[in-house]
Write a protein that binds this ligand. Structure first.
Ligand SMILES: [Fe+2]
Ligand SMILES: [Fe+2]
Length: 237
């Protein structure tokens, strides 16, 4: 069975025309993303004061979230899903990292791989994000909120069960399995100090994902993502 026939793609509403999506959820997302952009600015300020001259923040959360949301949208279209579903996924992915802005500013930009306690703190951004959603939108019983919360809580899960919460395979919805692919790709594409000489070109990252990390991902969705990405890289998409 092809991934396109999976039943848990979000098709029961249309973010563009749904009254509540437009009048409540869209302004919520835009406000949260503004706060995320301000948080990035605080990180840059912290780096100026605490990191050596010449260090600058390459992995800005506000930019990351737009890249991954666009990748999700484009992959959905590439596998033949309708514009409506691709757009619903785009909007549901945009706020996936808002929990980060509730965490300290000094835990994100480090020269070395983070220690376990820092890692734990960073990883709590998924649950903190869901808390924000519950607090501000908890009264809405809407499939978009279910989708957004699912992606927010589970975008670092892996099909092999080695992700943040240890969910695996069938326990992960199709949107979440695709979100975890675009998330990982972006994380490995933006050069950071602890990467050393690692190849961060699209082909380099895709090869690494295919050869060393394939256990993490849904293979059918991964290959669809790769096709989309390579076409885009060659200027065909
Ligand atoms: Fe995340
Ligand atoms: Fe992310």
């Amino acid at each position: 069975m092809s991934v396109i026939s999976n039943t848990d793609w979000p098709e029961s509403f249309d973010f563009e025309t749904d009254e509540t999506c437009q009048s409540v959820f869209k302004p919520f997302i835009e406000a949260q993303l503004n706060t995320l952009r301000e948080f990035d600015a605080k990180r840059e300020q912290w780096c100026r004061e605490n990191m050596p001259t010449g260090y600058y923040v390459t992995y800005k959360f506000y930019e990351h979230t737009h890249r991954v949301s666009e990748d999700l949208r484009k992959t959905a279209l590439h596998i033949g899903l309708p514009e409506k579903i691709a757009n619903n996924l785009y909007w549901a992915m945009l706020p996936h990292d808002i929990g980060k802005q509730l965490l300290p500013v000094n835990i994100w930009d480090l020269f070395e791989k983070p220690e376990d306690d820092i890692k734990r703190l960073r990883r709590s951004h998924t649950e903190l994000g869901v808390e924000i959603v519950k607090k501000q939108l908890g009264s809405y019983d809407h499939p978009f909120i279910a989708l957004l919360s699912d992606i927010m809580l589970n975008h670092h899960e892996q099909v092999d069960g080695q992700g943040y919460r240890g969910l695996s395979g069938d326990a992960l919805s199709t949107p979440v399995r695709l979100a975890s692919i675009v998330e990982s790709y972006d994380g490995w594409s933006i050069r950071r100090p602890h990467f050393g000489r690692r190849n961060t070109s699209p082909e380099g990252v895709i090869n690494r994902m295919r050869e060393e990390k394939s256990h993490m991902f849904d293979q059918e969705l991964f290959e669809a993502f790769v096709q989309m990405k390579l076409r885009e890289y060659k200027g065909e998409a």
